[in-house]
Design a protein around this ligand. Sequence first.
Ligand SMILES: Nc1ncnc2c1ncn2[C@@H]1O[C@H](COP(=O)(O)OP(=O)(O)O)[C@@H](O)[C@H]1O
Ligand SMILES: [Mg+2]
Length: 259
Amino acid sequence: MKSLEAACKLSLRKEHRTVCGTEIKGMAFIDFNGVIKQYGEDSAAIRALDEASFQIEEGELAVILGASGAGKTTALNILGGMDTATSGSVMVNGRDITKLSERELIKYRRLEIGFVFQFYNLVPNLTALENVELASQICPNSLDCASVLKKVGLGGRMANFPAQLSGGEQQRVAIARALAKNPKLLLCDEPTGALDYNTGKQILQLLQDTCRRDGITVVIITHNSAIAPMADRIIRFKSGKVTSTEVNENPTPISEIEW
Ligand SMILES: Nc1ncnc2c1ncn2[C@@H]1O[C@H](COP(=O)(O)OP(=O)(O)O)[C@@H](O)[C@H]1O
Ligand SMILES: [Mg+2]
């Protein structure tokens, strides 16, 4: 039965399926399972994640919600292959990334993950287009950088340096940089945390459009609970644990969200 399960795992999505009369629970695109992340030893030990578990389906927009220090960034960094778990398993697209070698992890980060940070992290002495090209150059399946910049609404700003762009525009460049790699998974750590209200909403709209239009699975971390209703799935973190996961059948349009 186990090998049959393995053979079928790529095609298993969303629901329970029946194989040879036996019901097999479909494997989620992301299955974060009993993950512990511990810093330090013994009495000085801190558990940034304390047996955290959640699932996300392919093509969903998920919001991870929690107060500062709840373990959100740690979880996202582990999901993105930038950090490693102390124990537990992290299945992404049918593979346990906690089992990857350092070399495989580099490939995973390069080819499969787009990352968007709160403070954009653009290279200041490169233009918008060059910033996007920098990331696309490490990926064989990258998209046309100018087209991606047009798609995020910056067709006219490609030759500008980051300092010549507003915060919202810089975040668009950062999103374009992540998308140009043509990733399966877009991970965003407080992407509107440094932006004003209206600009933040526009960025959330862009992230939702990206999810809906391009079918990319998007995970957004936030401490702002007002953002949660836009998500297909809301995962709540507290003290390193997942306290609830909620599937939202009717996400609220971002234009109707207020905070
Ligand atoms: N490198 C580290 N060493 C020690 N403690 C850390 C380290 N990184 C994070 N932590 C701790 O882990 C907890 C979770 O942090 P983090 O994942 O950044 O939370 P969040 O993103 O929800 O604010 C916090 O208590 C933080 O201080
Ligand atoms: Mg954080």
